[in-house]
Design a protein around this ligand. Structure first.
Ligand SMILES: Cc1ncc(COP(=O)(O)O)c(C=O)c1O
Length: 479
């Protein structure tokens, strides 16, 4: 192949047409593939490993590897009965968006690096603000995902609480403290570790029966910490936990944050776009009082991997954490808007034009369509909850929250170890490949856990899932 497309003007179209064939066939067949291929690391490695190729290979030969090995030997997040973790199925529009993004290959460091791209990102950020109801002078940027969004929020919160650390390091000051429910995502602990706050200074607050942070215990812990000489810094509220979909009471947490003058960060990486859906809109009351919000378009907005978002209520607070200048980046002869730099609001300098795919997705499908799909996902999860409750051989471990359900197989008369039986049931289900669940712990019990995050999933798929789990449970019971 020629590096310079002008050397062979037909080359790009030929390659694109073969690539589109592969993706088109994949979309057509996805429901018939096993949700997870049965393979091993050595088997896949054996098919792909080779010494550094010195010469370019033939296009067909290479794309055949993608079609026959890379695509089939992948976990199919877009399979209608893939319910593991929090996995976006992607969309045809997102696939095209990523092609257009790479074609332009903008580097969205600042307005002057990518004028249209920067404005597109501002447009998308404004849409997201309107979805969650954040005030108009709030700001934000797109980042690689929820972990980076949470990291950015905590970096801003740390600077607000202890501005000197960014310049001088921690010194001998008492440790800062972050409060999150025991159900919070581990990216909070990771961020605390990376920011030098220390993962052990993330205080895990117990939850109530619905897995929401216990507000009384939170306040007591903050008071105890202050008395013990720690520096309380931030409360992290969950707007949809990863394991069970629990939604903390944002209004109460905003009250506590206000009373104790703490930063309030809302981790809405999973649940955030449920703000579009009428049946869950009320859960977001109070979110407008947050200092920062993490959202993940690459989860429930169904876009392709690699797109999260962090919103900050106060642009100055974000800039205090991230802004940095050098002679080689000094704006010369630019107005304020044109001197705008994304590196003032997050950790990255070079950044892809993440906004293009998100913009295309919302423009072409429309927010109403996406909201309907999110609502249908939740209805599928609720339907499954009802099926489990009606079944004699299953137990629903928690009420369905957002689009997550947690349950277990409990055949009548079984007197053995239910956790062990359900672990074996999960493995049997995943191996069979017709449906895929992951796991969680609910009140100490091992739970089969599913998250509906796919516009392809139907009520019928939920009925099939129950049958598939029942069959896997039978296999597991038989030993
Ligand atoms: C609630 C929550 N926060 C943060 C994350 C981390 O997001 P990412 O995987 O995009 O880094 C996840 C991932 O599932 C999540 O569910």
């Amino acid at each position: 192949m020629y590096l310079d497309p002008e050397a062979d003007p037909d080359q790009f179209r030929a390659m694109a047409s073969r690539a589109v064939d592969i993706v088109e066939r994949y979309f057509a067949e996805i429901a018939d593939l096993p949700a997870m291929p049965l393979t091993t690391a050595p088997a896949v490695r054996e098919l792909l490993r080779e010494p550094l190729p010195q010469e370019g290979a033939a296009l067909d030969d290479v794309l055949n590897v993608v079609r026959d090995i890379v695509y089939p030997l992948s976990r199919h997040n877009g399979h209608p009965r893939f319910f593991g973790y929090v996995a976006s199925p992607g969309t045809p529009v997102a696939a095209i968006g990523d092609l257009l993004t790479a074609g332009l290959n903008a580097n969205v460091t600042a307005w002057r690096s990518a004028p249209a791209g920067a404005e597109l990102e501002h447009v998308v950020i404004d849409w997201f603000k309107s979805i969650v109801g954040f005030e108009s002078n709030a700001t934000g940027i797109l980042v690689s995902g929820g972990s980076m969004a949470n990291f950015s929020a905590l970096a801003a919160a740390r600077t607000a609480a202890a501005p000197e650390i960014g310049r001088l390091g921690g010194g001998n000051q008492p440790p800062l403290r972050i409060y999150v429910s025991s159900e919070g995502h581990f990216s909070i602990q990771k961020a605390a570790r990376m920011l030098g706050i220390g993962s052990e200074n993330v205080q895990s607050i117990p939850v109530d029966a619905q897995m929401r942070m216990d507000i009384g215990q939170l306040e007591r812990r903050i008071d105890q910490d202050r008395q013990a000489g720690f520096r309380p810094m931030c409360i992290v509220a969950n707007a949809g936990t990863t394991a069970t979909g629990a939604f903390d009471s944002l209004t109460h947490l905003a009250d506590v944050a206000e009373r104790h003058r703490l930063w309030l960060h809302v981790d809405a990486a999973y649940g955030g776009f449920a703000a579009l859906a009428p049946s869950t809109r009320n859960l977001f009351a109070g979110i407008e009082r947050a200092d920062s919000i993490a959202l993940d378009p690459h989860k429930w907005l169904y876009t392709s991997m690699g797109c999260g978002c962090i919103l900050y209520r106060d642009p100055q607070a974000a800039a205090a954490a991230f802004s940095y200048g050098a002679e080689y980046t000094r704006p010369i002869g630019l107005s304020q808007d044109e001197a705008f730099a994304f590196w003032d609001l997050g950790p990255e300098l070079s950044r892809p034009l993440r906004a293009l795919t998100v913009w295309l997705q919302i423009k072409l499908y429309g927010a109403r369509n996406l909201a309907d799909a999110i609502e249908r996902n939740m209805e599928c999860a609720r339907h499954f909850g009802r099926l489990v409750e009606a079944a004699e051989d299953f137990e629903l471990l928690l009420p369905v929250a957002l689009s997550i359900f947690c349950f277990r197989f409990q055949p009548r008369g079984f007197t053995g170890d239910l956790d062990e039986l359900n672990e074996r049931t999960l493995v049997a289900l995943q191996r069979a490949g017709r449906s895929y669940l992951s796991n969680a712990r609910v009140g100490g019990a091992f739970a089969l856990r599913g998250c509906v995050l796919n516009y392809r999933t139907t009520i019928h798929d939920m009925e099939t899932l129950l049958e598939d789990v029942r069959e896997a449970g039978r296999l597991a019971s038989a030993g």
